[in-house]
Design a protein around this ligand. Structure first.
Ligand code: ADP
Ligand code: TMP
Ligand code: MG
Length: 215
């Protein structure tokens, strides 16, 4: 029996990291956050995010985020196969949505950045989550959250486009995504809602099914 891979996605400051931490504590799961800034590739990504003067081509930045996921792919699979759950804070959907938003916002005119196929391809082969939760919160609320605006992509106009890109990607993917509206909910309320959703879709039991991959 293996553990399940549970992914929490959403816009910046929607509460993903808070909820991923609580959920991983409850399930005694391995918590993995992307970007993982502690690896070799992750340290370049971190510089890029915190320092707006750092220049990388959009394609390079995109491929680094994917490479960062590949740095941890084996440890994710090994953990699942040992029967432990893995909770992930962002993954390939963030990878595609933020890059696609660069072209949709007029920030990039390169054809690669406007091609979901191109953006998706470096992530093919990565382990697929058993369950994806997408936290939704009104854009005005995001702007009131602590820490907002510190990093490269934290601008309301850009987040609006990222949100529409997430929606576009989720429509294309047959993989089920459970949306969770977190407006007007405090941290414990969101956590309870997440647990009850996961229970209702049977995501909290180990499984005999082999790990699926993105194809
Ligand atoms: P993300 O990982 O999505 O960027 P965080 O979990 O870091 O978001 O949360 C951003 C900020 O909002 C933190 O200061 C956190 O304490 C706060 N926060 C998280 N969830 C809630 C909530 N439900 N209500 C109010 N504040 C919240
Ligand atoms: P964080 O706020 O969750 O640490 O994420 C940092 C930023 O990186 C956030 O604005 C989303 C962005 N991002 C990408 O652009 N591509 C990716 O593949 C990932 C995982 C995050
Ligand atoms: Mg976070």
């Amino acid at each position: 029996m293996r553990g399940k891979l549970i992914l929490i996605e959403g816009l910046d400051r929607s509460g993903k990291s808070t909820q991923a931490q609580i959920l991983s504590d409850k399930l005694d799961a391995l918590l993995i956050k992307f970007p993982c800034r502690e690896t070799k590739v992750g340290s370049i990504i971190n510089e890029y995010l915190v320092d707006s003067t750092v220049k990388l081509s959009d394609q390079t930045a995109h491929l680094l985020f994917s490479a960062n996921r590949w740095e941890l792919a084996h440890s994710i699979v090994d953990t699942l196969n040992k029967g432990r759950f893995v909770v992930m804070d962002r993954y390939i959907y963030s990878g595609i949505a933020y890059s696609l938003a660069k072209s949709r916002s007029g920030g990039s005119s390169d054809s690669e950045m406007n091609s979901i196929d191109w953006l998706y391809s470096p992530d093919k082969g990565l382990p697929k989550p058993d369950c994806t939760l997408f936290l939704t919160l009104d854009l005005e609320e995001l702007g009131n959250r602590k820490g907002w605006g510190e990093e490269r992509y934290e601008k309301e106009s850009f987040q609006k486009i990222v949100k529409s890109c997430f929606e576009e990607i989720f429509q294309l993917d047959t993989h089920a995504v459970t949306k969770i509206d977190v407006n007007n909910m405090d941290i414990p309320q969101v956590s309870e809602l997440i647990m009850s959703k996961l229970e209702s879709i049977g995501a909290l039991q180990t499984t005999e099914k082999s790990i699926e991959r993105f194809t």
